[in-house]
Design a protein around this ligand. Structure first.
Ligand code: BES
Ligand code: ZN
Ligand code: ZN
Length: 497
């Protein structure tokens, strides 16, 4: 995969009437664009005004117009930014994705971008670069014939924006993480096995000098991880409990969360087990059930490169959820590593079993906060759809700081209640609890309440990302497939809280 490079260009030296230009244009009202800030560009009368008229361009967010304008093959792209007062990072990120798609459509390998003074703002510049770099993700690993015709964008020149290479590099590090997560989720389950996740963690550890501990099945048995191991029993793929750790030279003593454990659900294929997924349960999509784990490896890729002053542990209890003669049966009782017993009512509620032992393990590390990301319940998709993840938590400072990162990254999250009384739905007559609620609804809440049983006192937040990790259709900077949801959110949260 080749990602475009960025350079800063001054209009003094830019060769007018050559190449491809992209202009960001605000919307004045519903029918007219606001072009006042473009009056002084050399293109205003000759190109912009005629193109705006001809395409009836209003500057509405999410719209573009393009034309071959100059002699010698010059091209112009207009990108709507919406009303000036509503511009934020996500508007810019989406606009950058529109620039990217227009360049692909126009077969232009380079583009000169003029977004007035917007990109002088560091957060906007970062968002713009992210929009381009996320859009440039192209996955042809499993095609025998690689598409070579699609001209990919190689060079993005930012016209008259204050040069800030550090911000571009930050965007490159973050999107490298997000795009790694996408590549892991997009790859099928016959490629991405627990062993392959462990291998990826090993490579990240070598690349960024991270500490790595991979626990094999016997190690997990010694630690009494009966909940996690019950899920692994039906599979011939050996489980891997991955613990990757980034340790800084010094800690950010100002932050309430200096030592953090991040846990990702890493079920590399969820068949449902003996409660096999049938009907519209989307078994064919269940390679994505390790998207939480992929996000962890993506965050590790970014954090390893950025090197902030926080200690971050990445934990993945990787396994397949399959069926063979040894598979866990509905009704079996298992004991988690904190001694609690669980009646396995439904083998398809396996994610929470793997996370239970991962949470107990994380708390023993003595961290200030634990955050888990998991494609945990279909109920979350029912409640919040595919663009919003649910967040649950016991500590408002932790939840609020994660919620604050969300609008900056455009990865939407919505707080859900941990309604304690619903835990009664998980009552078992034989064990401490069952792994599913009785059929009284609130499936994403009961799942979160189950997880809560495995955290004693550490601040904890749980993100149910079942809806947000995958998009059937392309969407702005996402191609159809994996979104890498959570990587940008967690990196932003780590850097800003
Ligand atoms: N991996 C699924 C959750 C899921 C479903 C994610 C659909 C994305 C789309 C999880 O392991 C699961 O199967 N959950 C069950 C729980 C139920 C048995 C209580 C579910 O949500 O149906
Ligand atoms: Zn399941
Ligand atoms: Zn699952």
């Amino acid at each position: 995969m080749q990602y475009p490079e960025f350079q800063f260009l001054s209009s003094q030296t830019a060769q007018v009437a050559q190449g491809c230009y992209a202009f960001g244009i605000f919307e004045k009202n519903d029918t007219t664009p606001d072009t006042t800030h473009l009056v002084h560009t050399p293109f205003y009368h000759d190109v912009l005004i005629p193109l705006i008229k001809e395409s009836q361009f209003t500057g509405k967010q999410g719209t573009t117009a393009m034309a071959n304008c100059f002699h010698g093959g010059g091209k112009v792209i207009l990108v709507g930014l919406g009303k000036q007062e509503t511009v934020d990072e996500e508007v810019i990120r989406k606009a950058a994705s529109m620039v990217y798609s227009a360049c692909v459509q126009l077969h232009s390998p380079s583009v000169i971008v003029y977004f007035t003074t917007l990109l002088n703002d560091k957060t906007h510049l970062k968002a713009f670069a992210e929009g381009i770099l996320l859009s440039a993700y192209l996955d042809q690993r499993f095609k025998s014939k690689k598409e070579t015709k699609t001209t990919c964008l190689k060079q993005v020149s930012l016209l008259d924006a204050i040069a800030n290479d550090q911000t571009i590099q930050l965007a490159q590090k973050i999107t490298a993480g997000a795009n790694l997560a996408r590549a892991l989720v997009n790859a099928p389950a016959n490629h991405v096995t627990p062993a392959m996740l462990a291998q990826t963690a090993t490579e990240l550890a070598q690349k960024h000098h991270l500490q790595l501990n991979i626990l094999e099945k016997e190690d997990c048995q010694r630690l009494g991880m009966g909940a996690y191991l019950s899920v692994t029993k039906g599979s011939s793929a050996p489980p891997k409990f991955i613990h990757l750790c980034y340790k800084p030279k010094s800690l950010d003593t100002q932050s309430p969360f200096q030592k953090i454990a991040l846990i990702g659900k890493g079920v590399t294929f969820d068949s449902g087990g003996l409660n096999l997924k049938t009907g519209n349960a989307k078994i064919e999509l269940m390679k994505f059930d390790m998207a939480g784990a992929a996000a962890m490896l993506g965050v590790a890729e970014a954090i390893g490169a950025i090197k902030p002053n926080k200690e971050i542990h990445f934990i993945i209890a990787a396994t397949e959820n399959m069926i063979n003669g040894s598979a866990t049966k509905p009704g079996d009782v298992v004991t988690a590593s904190n001694g609690k017993t669980i009646e396995i009512d439904n083998t398809d509620a396996e994610g929470r079993l793997t996370l239970a032992d991962a949470l107990v393990y994380a708390e023993k590390l003595g961290v200030d906060a634990i955050v888990d990301l998991a494609t945990l319940t279909g109920a979350t998709v029912v409640a919040l759809g595919i663009r919003i993840a649910g967040i649950f938590g016991t500590n408002s400072q932790l939840v609020n700081s994660l919620m604050a990162a969300s609008p900056r990254t455009g990865e939407k999250i919505w707080q859900m209640p941990l309604e304690a009384s619903y835990f009664e739905h998980m009552h078992s007559i034989i064990a401490d609890m069952r792994n599913t609620g009785s059929k009284q609804g609130a499936g994403s809440i009961t799942a979160a309440l189950f997880l809560k049983q495995f955290v004693e006192k550490t601040a904890w937040a749980h993100l149910d990302i079942a809806g947000t990790v995958w998009t059937e259709k392309p969407w702005y900077y996402y191609k159809a497939g994996a979104t890498g949801f959570g990587v940008r959110l967690l990196v932003d949260w780590i850097l800003n809280s």
